[in-house]
Design a protein around this ligand. Structure first.
Ligand code: GLN
Length: 532
């Protein structure tokens, strides 16, 4: 029978619930259990696809083309789980489904209410994840902070779960903050007591408490938390700040959190020690021999979460290459105003990530030009590839007005444009080219060498495409088209010769990297940057 773990958060947001959940997933998986992980998001948007990155952070794209919360990225990076559209549900989706059913008349004249109709829909979706994945344990992270109005239906569904499935089959983990008050030189448990109190009012008694803390928690404080919150002392888990997020599974393992969970579920599993993870990921991340500075030129650099997977992916490439990857975040608008040579001086590699809209584009194009002409390793992702094509068209092919129709509708040389099927799309939500598409690589190209194969599959999230009308000309002028989506003959990868490493891809490789298996494009981009 499938077991369920619910993870809630208390006191404040941004405590790292997603990373804590992924880390629990990791230690359970290492015991030989099949797990599946799900995120419930209390906002009313159907998905984060239409949200501004400043609001939401990165939109994580699954293989099956769902636009989801970035926590699913942590789940896929820490564990072997595969995220799908079933693994993220929002209030918007839940209400959408219930209201459509009501309009069809499926409820046979009943009054539709939060309990039971909305909560039933939530529970059905959680159970569905268990069925589809055939997991031993389904982990359900509930977004937001306990006490928020919006998350109440999700918490109510979580409460009902232990009644439906039996107490022994459900476990509640609450992540909370133990703040340190500097002038008193004390750590405080009161916010945690209140947060657990609020959960109890809803009818949930947590079984495990994960305490985020800057300072070590003394035994007597653990006793106090245990007493006030009715939690076994050993289940009061300390989660200190860590240098790399990949340490967290080791931190939990040391406090036998896996054993605590297994004994709650009365499961007997094989032994595990996470030694490989410690050696191949954590130690390499903590003690690299080399260092390399990479510029990320984007519009959303002020918000770390906006490029989450890219940062993680670069750190994986660093782990592989025994190097600390230092990131220089460059606001593309600054680059429009300032001197590119000055701003970019001293960086060993330039990365232009994805994005939308014209603001900052000319700065990104300047960054591409700088990398191309100064022979600095370059990696372009999605919009970054489109900028590389525009830059090459303008500066190497004499098409002075080259642009994307996203930025200039009536441009003379629309080297990036919309396919016919996109031209009449009205709804913005969920209508881009989304999810995994196969790509055929050109023999002996940089792409083929990097991937070590000619057939790859990568995830997409964009509306605009390389305009095939310009393919011949650009190729004649030296642009190498090294990746094609055969189904529609679409250009997916471009590169240039006589350059240490210059490659730009229409897809998002950053969604498919693991700390112990860096994505080949990032791996070789960092390698080339180190050689630089
Ligand atoms: N704005 C571009 C497009 O829609 C690129 C999108 C992206 O970088 N994800 O095609």
């Amino acid at each position: 029978m499938t077991k369920y773990i619910f993870i809630t958060g208390g006191v404040i947001s941004s405590l790292g619930k997603g990373i804590a959940s992924a880390s629990i997933g990791k230690i359970l998986e290492s015991r030989g259990l099949k797990i599946s992980m799900m995120k419930l998001d209390p906002y009313i948007n159907v998905d984060p696809g239409t949200m501004n990155p400043f609001q939401h952070g990165e939109v994580y794209v699954t293989e099956d083309g769902a636009e989801t919360d970035l926590d699913l990225g942590h789940y896929e990076r820490f564990t072997n789980t595969k995220a799908t559209k079933f693994n993220n549900a929002t209030t918007g989706q839940i209400y959408n489904a219930v209201i459509s059913r009501e309009r069809r008349g499926d409820y046979l004249g009943k009054t539709i209410q939060v309990i039971p109709h909305i909560t039933n829909e939530i529970k059905d979706r959680i159970r569905k994840v268990g069925e589809v994945s055939r997991a031993d344990i389904v982990m359900v992270e509930i977004g937001g902070t306990v006490g928020d109005i919006e998350s109440l239906p999700f918490l109510e569904a979580a409460r009902q779960f232990s009644r439906d499935m039996g107490k022994d089959n459900v476990l509640y983990v609450h992540l909370t903050l133990i703040p340190y008050i500097k002038c008193a030189d004390e750590i405080k448990t009161k916010p945690t007591q209140h947060s657990v109190g609020t959960l109890r009012e809803i009818g949930i008694q947590p079984d495990v408490l994960i305490c985020r803390t800057e300072k070590p928690i003394p035994e007597e404080i653990k006793d106090k938390i245990s007493l006030f919150c009715s939690i076994q002392k050993e289940a009061v888990i300390e989660a200190p700040d860590v240098e790399t997020i990949y340490q967290l599974p080791l931190v939990f393992k040391k406090q036998i959190l896996d054993e605590i969970i297994l004994s709650h579920f009365k499961l007997i599993c094989k032994f595990s020690d996470l030694k490989d993870w410690e050696r191949n990921v954590v130690e390499k991340a903590l003690y690299p021999e080399k260092k390399v500075v990479i510029a990320i030129v984007g519009k959303y650099v002020a918000l770390h979460d906006a490029y989450k997977s890219i940062f993680e992916c670069l750190s994986h490439a660093g782990i592989h290459n025994d190097a600390r990857v230092e990131i220089k975040k460059i606001d593309s608008e600054e680059l429009e105003k300032g001197n590119a040579d000055e701003i970019l001086s001293g960086v060993s590699g330039v990365l232009v990530p994805g994005g939308f809209g014209y603001r900052g584009i000319e700065g990104k194009i300047r960054a591409v030009k700088y990398a191309r002409t100064n022979k600095i390793p370059f990696l372009g992702l999605c919009l970054g590839m489109q900028c590389a094509v525009i830059e090459y068209s303008r500066n190497a092919c004499g098409l002075k007005d080259a642009n994307s129709t996203e930025f200039k509708k009536k441009t003379k040389h629309p080297v990036i444009s919309l396919l016919i099927e996109q031209q009449h799309v009205k709804d913005l939500g969920g209508t881009m080219r989304l999810g995994a598409y196969p790509c055929r690589l050109k023999k002996n190209s940089l792409a083929a060498k990097t991937y070590g194969t000619l057939a790859i599959c990568e995830r997409h999230r964009h509306r605009y495409e390389f305009n095939n009308k310009y393919r011949k000309l650009l190729e004649k002028k030296g642009l190498v088209i090294s990746g094609i989506f055969p189904g529609k003959n679409l250009v997916e990868i471009v590169e240039i010769k006589n350059h240490p490493f210059f490659i730009a891809v229409q897809f998002h490789p950053e969604f498919k990297s693991k700390p112990d298996k860096a994505h080949p494009l990032f791996r070789d981009f960092i390698k080339a940057s180190l050689e630089k």
